[in-house]
Ligand binder design. Structure first.
Ligand code: HEM
Ligand code: HEM
Length: 378
């Protein structure tokens, strides 16, 4: 028995229309659950009636709803897309995490909702601790609800004066906290929010300065200056080209490194970070760099008797500075808590420089043993 043939076009067109309709419905439904148009009031206690709150999209998928009463009570409902892990909102003096307090919410392994005030004493798991005393809540208990793939953290905070411009922190982590211990965030930001005008602006936290400081120092002390040193040691047969290249590269490298240290001093003024080893080493490296540049002007003649000592001095001060710069770059990446990509990128650069130097050193010694070049200097 043969089946009746249906015209393929009508099936295609019908399904296409149906598909389009479904897509349209899905997007409308999504847009209603996304942003300020979705109202989570129905799933929150009456005290957090979100229709009475002002609403602002704040960062990523984070939506901030808030109101402030005459007696300086802030009612906050923070909503964002949620699958697993924790979501937090912090209050900071200057946009930095250290010394701030945050309300953090999550759904535990067994499905139990948790919302807790934390004190962020430092940037390690053990320094981020539950503390009732740093954020003053009211008699209305904080709640956390997950509804339609969104998490809503609702809480009230009591302040002693009207809250206007405030540095807010937002962060989320993807691992579920155990015993109120958080693991580091997957992403975070600081925002300066004006609760009276409902506007937000860039935080006072010097994100850009920190990056500039790291990039300038890595490029100056970690890339250009070692390349200049490699040229000076291994390209002497190309006289006087090696000399000019070395001079120009070290000059540029030194000024980029100097700018990096100046940025470091400005960063330290803003953050007052506890980075004494990194700071001290950075200033010492800069002093060695200045000595290297000054030495150029005090260089004795090639045939002078004391030229040997000058060479010895210039080479060893230079090598010490470069070695300490490697240490300080890793130290800086450590104290700055920069993502692992910095560590990986710099390590690759270091490995390439190191392998190149080893290969060229072997060449130098073999050529010297064949007496085609002068003995390598130290
Ligand atoms: C145990 C939990 C936490 C750990 C281990 C941790 C660790 C860190 C580290 C290492 C940094 C510097 C590197 C970077 O910028 O990524 C940092 C920065 C930051 N964290 Fe956290 N954090 C935790 C919890 C939180 C919470 C709960 C918030 C806010 C709700 C937060 C907000 C921030 C912000 C805004 C920054 C950038 C500003 C700054 O460096 O001070 N952190 N955190
Ligand atoms: C050769 C000199 C130096 C090198 C190679 C160096 C390198 C670095 C690097 C790679 C970072 C990480 C940057 C980032 O997270 O984006 C960093 C962070 C930092 N450096 Fe330096 N630095 C030097 C000198 C200095 C000096 C002299 C100071 C202060 C006077 C300083 C203060 C800081 C501060 C405050 C941070 C951020 C720490 C934090 O986030 O808590 N650095 N440095």
């Amino acid at each position: 028995m043969s089946l009746p043939l249906r015209p393929p076009l009508s099936l295609g067109l019908g399904s296409l229309l149906l598909l389009l309709l479904l897509l349209l419905l899905a997007t409308t439904a999504y847009s209603q659950t996304d942003g300020c148009s979705a109202d989570p009031s129905s799933v929150l206690p009456l005290a957090y009636n979100t229709s009475q709150l002002a609403c602002r999209p704040i960062w990523n998928n984070f939506i901030l709803r808030y109101s402030q009463s005459e007696d300086h009570v802030l009612t906050i409902v923070l909503s964002t897309v949620y699958t697993v892990g924790w979501v937090g909102m912090g209050f900071s003096k200057d946009g930095s995490m250290i010394g701030s307090s945050a309300m953090v919410g999550w759904i535990g392994k067994t499905g139990r909702p948790h919302i807790q005030p934390f004190y962020l004493g430092g940037q390690s798991t053990k320094e981020v601790v539950v503390s009732e005393s740093h954020l003053l809540t009211t008699s209305i208990p904080p709640v956390v609800v997950v509804y339609m793939a969104h998490i809503h953290l609702a809480f009230q905070l009591k302040f002693s004066a009207p809250v206007t411009k405030q540095e807010l922190l937002f962060a989320f982590g993807t691992s579920i906290p155990v015993k109120n211990r958080l693991k580091k965030h997957s992403d975070r930001t600081s925002i300066n929010f004006d609760f009276s005008a409902g506007t937000s602006s860039a935080s006072a936290y010097p994100y850009q300065l920190k990056k500039t400081h790291g990039v300038l120092n890595i490029f100056g002390w970690g890339v250009l200056l070692p390349i200049g040193a490699i040229i000076a040691r291994y390209c002497k047969q190309k006289d006087p080209l090696w000399y000019y290249l070395h001079g120009v590269i070290q000059f540029i490298g030194f000024f980029i490194g100097l700018a990096g240290v100046v940025a470091g001093i400005a960063l330290y003024d803003k953050l007052h970070a506890n980075v004494s080893a990194h700071r001290g080493l950075g200033i010492f490296i800069l002093v060695l760099g200045i000595l290297q540049v000054l030495a150029i002007f005090l260089r004795p003649d090639k045939d002078s008797k004391i030229r040997r000592y000058w060479n010895w001095y210039h080479h060893w001060v230079g090598r010490t500075a470069l070695f300490l710069a490697v240490v300080n770059i890793f130290l800086g990446i450590q104290v700055g808590g920069t993502s692992d990509s910095w560590k990986v990128g710099y390590s690759v650069n270091l490995a390439v420089l190191f392998v190149t130097a080893v290969i060229l050193e072997v060449f130098l010694w073999t050529r010297w043993s064949k007496k085609t070049v002068d003995p390598p200097t130290f």
